[in-house]
Design a protein around this ligand. Structure first.
Ligand code: AMP
Ligand code: MG
Length: 401
């Protein structure tokens, strides 16, 4: 199955989480909004000045500048002018200060001259100039954040400005994570002959931490179908998603897929994708199962392109489009049509043009290709060899946030 087809199939079959929890604003960052949170106040709550200057009544102006006004008081941020102002009177005002009742424009101080009792307005003035009307940003009762939105740093500030202390968010997904393989040892342990240090759980934990979920780290499972079965059944009881790496290919010690077929349903196995061909997807009772390939590069690519969008969708996130743009290749890429491929690349911006370099030998065991990369280079299924200067699609790992 092609990647897009598999991803669409998975995304359309998902049951989104329906339970919510009310969470304090300072804990709400990166959580998913369950229902619209409405502003408790209008912003600004009162008409206020956008500049330092003098507040006047537009209708008081006659003829051409300079206009002479009598200075009768001042309004500072947090200290509004309490009195009234009659025709021909003006108020000293500062940024963020409440506009006194009846006044409707602010003349910036740079366009004024004053002796302390009178103010000369030296330029023409327009109605409403330099005034932020009440509710200009949002009106009381309007939604600040909508259902399905991931709460960003900006939203936290925006919610605070609207007087909100708690937000209804989707409960966190619970993800069981394990690696499989008799050859795997924990970093720090002594390596026996034929062993390597395990890395997938470490990478996946970091990638999972960017999504609102709880990880149940179940360690390394041996290549033993009975142990794998017992661990999976137990995890399926307490978790929403089981995420494994290794053991889903066609080797004699690849038991994970067989176990899923025995105790659940295997719905997708093998993608027309490089790297990541052996990916498996299925269900055990109410839990979803993603079996990622064991090669560390394949693990990461399939997690990013397949599992992460699914986890976000499960958590109720409305939009999870992968960001992409085009860049110009600086090395040739050999590619036979037939299979979609993702290589690791490094972007460079030169004279308003974006170039991309391939990060060395792209073998699926070489984590170094990722360490030096800041994007994935997408090579479409139908594409042949790509020459230097070709335009390619790239998926950046990081944006401004
Ligand atoms: P498998 O899919 O189990 O056949 O594994 C494919 C390759 O990935 C083998 O070389 C494994 O040793 C390696 N591998 C599997 N799991 C991990 C892991 N958690 N960390 C590092 N390498 C792994
Ligand atoms: Mg294995």
């Amino acid at each position: 199955m092609d990647l897009n087809e598999a991803r669409d199939k998975i995304l359309t079959s998902l049951q989104r989480l329906t339970l919510s929890e009310s969470i304090a604003l300072d804990q709400a960052g990166n959580r998913v909004v369950m229902q619209p949170t409405r502003a408790l106040v209008s912003l600004p709550p009162f008409p206020c000045s956008a500049m330092d200057g003098y507040a006047i009544r537009f209708d008081d102006l006659e003829g051409t500048p300079p206009y002479i006004m009598k200075l009768v008081g001042e309004s500072l941020a947090g200290h509004p002018y309490q009195g009234k102002s009659a025709t021909g009177e003006c108020i000293r005002i500062f940024t963020g200060a409440m506009l006194p009742t009846g006044l409707d424009c602010v003349v910036i101080q740079e366009n004024c001259a004053t002796d302390g009792t009178r103010v000369q307005l030296l330029e023409n003035v327009s109605l409403g100039a330099n005034v932020r009307p009440m509710g200009h940003d949002i009106l009381k009762g309007e939604p600040v954040v909508e259902t399905g939105k991931i709460i960003t740093a900006f939203d936290v500030g925006w919610l605070a400005a609207c007087g909100i202390t708690h937000v209804d968010v989707v409960r966190k997904l619970r993800v069981a994570l394990f690696s499989t393989g008799d050859e795997l040892a924990e970093p720090g342990a002594k390596l026996n002959p034929g062993q390597i240090y395990e890395s997938n759980r470490f990478t996946l934990t970091q990638l999972l931490n960017e999504i609102p979920l709880e990880i149940d780290d179940l360690g390394i499972l041996p290549d033993d179908p009975e142990r794998i079965e017992a661990a999976m059944l137990e995890a399926a009881d307490s978790c929403d998603v089981l995420l494994t790496s290794g053991g889903v290919s066609v080797g004699d010690a690849d038991f994970v897929k067989d176990v899923i077929q025995k105790i659940g349903q295997l719905e997708i196995w093998r993608l027309n994708l490089k790297p990541g061909k052996p990916l498996a997807f299925g269900r055990i009772n109410d839990a979803l199962f993603f079996g990622l390939p064991g090669n560390p590069v394949s693990t990461i690519v399939t997690f990013l392109l397949m599992v992460k969008p699914a986890l976000l969708a499960l958590s109720g996130v409305e939009s999870h489009e992968l960001p992409s743009f085009t860049a110009t290749l600086r090395q040739p890429i050999a590619h036979k049509p037939g299979r979609e491929e993702y290589q690791r690349g490094r972007l460079q911006r030169i004279d308003e043009q974006t170039f991309v370099d391939v990060t060395g030998d792209q073998s699926s065991n070489r984590l170094a290709t990722f360490s030096h990369a800041d994007c994935l280079i997408r090579i479409p299924k139908t594409c042949g060899d790509l020459a230097i200067g070709s335009s390619v699609g790239v998926l950046p790992f990081k944006g401004i946030l």
